[in-house]
Ligand binder design. Structure first.
Ligand SMILES: [Zn+2]
Length: 139
């Protein structure tokens, strides 16, 4: 079975503080976050006519990753997001933003979207979502 994976890496700089956290991360501070996204199309041969014919050979437009990252870049994340901006939550948020760029039909074709959010090159969180598990997800 053939799978096709693309990868995109961006770096953003942003400020935040962790809510309800006792320690330095509870104070406002900044990070350079490396954000990496992998998008895998499963069983490419099964769907390539429908999928790639429509998109002229692109699985996903890398500009969309750039746009999502630019929304967060040079921002105070607590002002922007309605959740605590831990690496874990950011990896989930970015993954879902990317999944939402795909149509229902594209998702049904079999996708895995994985996002890694890395703080300072030391600590990272990785979240992956398989479209086969999306049936229970809200649109
Ligand atoms: Zn932090």
């Amino acid at each position: 079975m053939a799978n096709l994976t693309i990868h995109s890496k961006r770096t953003i700089c942003a400020a935040h503080f962790l809510k309800n956290y006792e320690g330095n991360c509870g104070n406002i501070h900044g990070h350079n976050w490396d954000i990496e996204v992998w998008i895998t199309k499963k069983s490419v041969s099964k769907v390539d006519e429908v999928y790639f014919g429509k998109t002229e050979g692109m699985l996903f437009d890398f500009r969309a990753v750039k746009e999502i990252c630019e929304r967060l870049d040079h921002k105070q994340l607590n002002d922007l997001l309605d959740f605590n901006s831990t690496a874990e939550n950011l990896s989930i948020y970015i993954t879902k933003e990317i999944v939402n760029k795909f149509s229902v039909m594209e998702r049904q074709g079999g996708l895995i979207v994985k996002t890694r959010v890395c703080e300072k090159g030391e600590n990272w969180s990785e979240y992956s979502l398989d479209s086969d598990e999306l049936r229970d997800e809200k649109e």
